[in-house]
Design a binder for this molecule. Structure first.
Ligand code: PLP
Length: 397
């Protein structure tokens, strides 16, 4: 259909994502057969509440701050005291020496990614995305007038297929999006993966005579399971921009709060920071929400009780493996990405849906032959769902 509107935007606004479709279906099905009979593993909405300190801090700000100041505009890049507090928190944790001017406050990781992509890319630039990937990366990259270049998945370990990566690089490569801990696989890139990535990017930046940026998308940084550590990418590769968010770690996705960290070490630091700020301006994103800038900075060193995600991961992983499913063990997040028991992941997810198991086909994440199970749900739901995963497995024996 041709309209006088921007057709790409009409399409984006009209089509719901597969995840949202399933989520809506789950709600309808729950109304029909009872919520206890629908096993919705579709969406990544944190299932644990924010720690009490979040609401207490918000109330304290409301009670004790001049409302004109509290609800007024902050600097476009975020309140200076907020950014200073964040710098101190990050410095303590990662032994760095950042200051307020290394931080640009955004509306969540999504806002941070869009500021980075729009700030860095010129039309025709290429952005490398590793499968399996968060589907919005493609939308955000195209929105920045750049071309997404997908690197097929390393389905053995969900690290990086370096041979495929080297093929994907070109003189037009402007940036590489790195998402670890990863949605949808739950994988955490090992230190050796990050070192190899950095080595290749250093060599290619030299060969092409321009920097290739890493955009480290880290909304799941805090959700890691015992024995796993997440390397801090700026320690390994200087042209790294970190996109952080409190959506998952403090269970605040609706408050839309995050930041871009631009280390001084990046090439042309001042210009790079200015480009990100300029992108925020051009997108109309300036001034992330004022109250929650302050709340998140004050709570920068705490998280929700994230332990349920590891409990759920263990229960689901052991259960599924004992039934014969092939699953790479997640190192973090609240997602698992098992192989499907038939090649067609859409058909497999439909068969699961017939048993009221709502799981998302891998093709939407650029990795067919898998399904994403989002286990940020009450543990009880997993216990009750396991017999249905077993019934599903039986259909293929
Ligand atoms: N990046 C990844 C990998 C995600 O999974 C999500 C949300 O689910 C986002 C970015 C967006 O996060 P935010 O809510 O902070 O914008």
């Amino acid at each position: 259909m041709s309209t006088f509107l921007n057709e790409t935007m009409v399409a984006l606004g009209t089509q719901r994502s597969v995840i949202r479709e399933l989520f809506e279906y789950g709600k309808q099905q729950a109304a029909k057969i009872g919520a206890e009979n629908v096993f919705d593993f579709s969406i990544g909405n944190p299932s644990v509440p924010s720690p009490a300190i979040v609401n207490e801090t918000a109330l304290e700000f409301i009670a004790n701050t001049d409302p004109v100041l509290l609800h007024g505009y902050t600097s476009a890049q975020g309140d200076v005291n907020v950014r200073l507090t964040l710098a101190e928190s990050v410095n303590k944790r990662f032994h760095t020496s950042y200051c307020a001017d290394n931080f640009y406050m955004t509306t969540g990781a999504a806002g941070a990614l869009c500021c980075c992509l729009n700030g860095l890319c010129n039309p025709g630039d290429e952005v490398i995305i590793f499968a399996p990937y968060f589907p919005e990366y493609v939308v955000f990259t195209q929105g920045a007038h750049a071309k997404p270049v997908i690197v097929p998945a390393d389905t053995q370990a969900f690290q990086i297929d370096f041979a495929a990566f080297e093929k994907a690089l070109s003189p037009a490569t402007k940036a590489v999006i790195v998402n670890s801990p990863n949605n949808p696989s739950g994988a955490v890139y090992s230190e050796s993966t990050i070192q190899k990535l950095a080595e290749i990017l250093d060599a290619k930046s030299k060969e092409y005579q321009h920097p290739i940026f890493v955009i480290a998308d880290e909304p799941y940084r805090e959700i890691v399971f015992s024995g796993t550590t997440v390397p801090f990418l700026p320690h390994y590769y200087k042209n790294t921009l970190v996109c952080y968010s409190w959506s998952k770690s403090l269970s605040l996705p609706g408050e839309r709060m995050g930041y871009v960290l631009v280390p001084d070490a990046v090439d042309d630091f001042s210009l790079t920071y200015a480009a990100i700020a300029g992108a925020g301006r051009s997108l109309g994103y300036v001034n992330a929400p004022s109250l929650f800038q302050r709340v998140c900075a004050a709570c920068a060193d705490v998280t929700s009780d994230l332990s349920i995600y590891e409990t759920n991961k263990n229960l689901l992983l052991d259960g599924l493996r004992s039934m014969g499913y092939h699953v790479v063990e997640p190192g973090g997040t609240f997602y698992m990405f098992p192989r499907t028991l038939e090649e067609d992941d859409v058909a497999f997810a439909e068969r699961a849906k017939a048993k009221n198991l709502l799981i998302v086909p891998g093709c939407g994440f650029g990795c067919p032959g898998h399904v994403r199970i989002s286990y940020c749900v009450p543990t009880e739901r997993i216990k009750k769902a396991l017999p249905f995963f077993e019934e599903l497995a039986k259909e293929y024996r």
